[in-house]
Design a protein around this ligand. Sequence first.
Ligand SMILES: [Zn+2]
Length: 94
Amino acid sequence: MWSNSSVTFRDMETTEIQCPRYQAIRKHTFRMYEKKDKAYSVLTMSTEQQVTVVCHGCLFERQLEEKLEEKLLVKFAKEDLIRSAFSLSERVKH
Ligand SMILES: [Zn+2]
């Protein structure tokens, strides 16, 4: 986890998965961290992303498997695109 002040996070969606502490199915939230790195230049601003999962029961936050994390990052990126396209068309309509 980064300790940089330019890191923000968003809670993306909830899911019901196994909690390693309760040893039972609990509600969890996928949390996406984004680190905006402006160190190089404005033009090549890079964004690093990381997804964790937070348990609603014990509030334990843990890292995801790399494969699952990649899958979720792609999914959230698509949802962001759809959302911004939708809000754009909403603006055109009104
Ligand atoms: Zn838990």
